[in-house]
Design a protein around this ligand. Structure first.
Ligand code: UDP
Length: 422
């Protein structure tokens, strides 16, 4: 590489700030992905700038993750939380601010990796204005999402058009599972270059806690049967299905059964409303004795919860990848997941857990009973999950695949022709 093809990259994540607390307010897998990719790339010699939209006056403008990796918050639109469906109108200002940042710092990003459709629009502009190479990860495909929900947001047609344009024109699309690629091809467009590079997980962090020790830390009886959910409060996550399935389980009513629901929320916001709704179902079904709402789980405590669980349930209606499933498997805990999207790729049915139809209460209940009633099989499933994550979904492996992709793209950036004076 030479000076024009320096190992420098901008990761753009307009609404998924990589430096904030994960687990609430629309902050989930995308934030984790961007931060982990950024930090891992910096270890491989990349200079990484991660751009996000500033949402509060208390936030620092620049957060330094290490000497070669930082989050830069641009002011575009109101300095407050804006739901992602209302964010499109602030994107031109975001582009302007990014260009200004480049000028002020004498940087030009030859390569940008955009995340989610809002950022893909920013990438499309940078490509047009200054010829940046664009890599894009969807994190969620509008066309799949809108098929699964009842109320379609106003911004839908805009989103679908941008998602098609970026698929057809980006230098490379990164699909995080074969299922996601197949959705792109069958529902969006046949054109465009797509590579499959999964999301990763920190295999040193998850799997670092032993089951017995985790139960001591959390004050859970060694004999208890523990069912765990981790994730945002969003109707698409299917928490209601899980609650109803636990109510139908043959273990329900034994004093040892525990349902732990981990995830943060803010009262009055959409996640707070979903948490209230789930809590009222728990109360109606008379399950408040055996159900624990932990609130947001910090990265430090998460491995302890995964290790303490007999089974982790991911009941999403739709999931492009689903980091929680791989985190649980890395921790040696079997996963029961909806048979959708990336979960079909990460969870191997009857080998690392069980896959069941989404929203099917009876099927989830039956799967829970099969695993809880056979502790030996539970351990085998957990061990197989751990092996699968080690071999396929470590961040180091994922980062090295991205490193090769970026290097290939930067090498194709043409050197400006030398002018020879006669
Ligand atoms: N998460 C967390 N604390 C919580 C709840 C969730 O750190 O209280 C993290 C979780 O560990 C995972 C991410 O949020 O890394 C959720 O990612 P996933 O891909 O499962 O779902 P998404 O949020 O992208 O829909």
């Amino acid at each position: 590489m030479n000076s024009t093809t320096d190992k420098r990259i901008a990761l753009i994540s307009v609404h998924g700030d990589p430096a904030i607390e994960i687990g609430k307010e629309e902050a989930g897998g995308q934030n984790v992905y961007v931060r982990q990719v950024g930090e891992a790339l910096s270890q491989l010699g990349w200079k990484v700038d991660m751009f996000s939209r500033r949402v509060s006056a208390d936030q620092e403008t620049i957060v330094q993750h290490n000497s070669h990796c930082r989050t830069i918050r641009l002011t575009a639109g109101p300095v407050e939380f804006v739901p992602r469906d209302n964010g499109f109108k602030y994107l031109p200002e975001f582009v302007e601010q990014l260009l200004e940042f480049q000028t002020e710092n004498s940087i030009k990003y030859q390569l940008v990796h955009t995340n989610y459709w809002l950022s893909s629009w920013v990438g499309l502009q940078l490509k047009q204005i200054q010829g940046s190479k664009q890599v894009h990860t969807y994190h969620s495909l509008g066309i799949v999402k809108y098929n699964a929900i009842e109320s379609i947001p106003l911004v839908a047609s805009q989103r679908l058009a941008v998602e098609k344009e970026v698929l057809e024109t980006a230098d490379r699309i990164v699909a995080t599972s074969p299922q996601e690629k197949q959705h792109m091809r069958s529902l969006v467009s046949q054109k465009g270059a797509v590579d499959i590079i999964p999301c990763g997980t920190d295999i040193r962090h998850f799997g670092s806690v032993k089951r017995e020790a985790s139960r001591v830390t959390l004050g859970i009886d060694p004999e208890s049967k523990v069912i765990l959910y981790v994730g945002r409060f969003d109707p698409r996550k299917g928490i209601e299905t899980l609650v109803r399935a636990v109510r139908e389980s043959e273990f329900y009513g034994s004093k040892n059964l525990k349902l732990i629901i981990g995830g943060g929320s803010t009262p009055g916001n959409s996640d707070g409303r979903e948490r209230d709704r789930i809590e009222s179902i728990v109360n109606e079904l008379g399950m408040s004795e055996c159900t624990i709402f932990t609130g947001r789980l910090s990265p430090e405590i998460l491995p302890t919860y995964y290790a303490a669980a007999d089974v982790c349930v991911v009941p999403s209606h739709y999931e492009p990848f689903g980091l929680v499933a791989v985190e649980a498997m890395a921790s040696g805990t079997p996963v029961i997941a909806s048979n959708v999207g990336g979960l079909q790729f990460t969870v191997v049915n009857e080998n690392t857990g069980l896959l069941v139809p989404p929203q099917d209460v009876a099927a989830f209940s039956n799967a829970i009973d099969r695993i809880l009633s056979n502790p030996e099989w539970r351990t085998q499933l957990g061990q197989a999950g751990n092996r699968r994550v080690m071999s396929k979904f470590s961040w180091d492996g994922v980062a090295s695949q991205l490193d090769s992709l970026y290097t290939e793209l930067l090498q194709s950036v043409k050197e400006p022709a030398l002018v020879t004076l006669g």
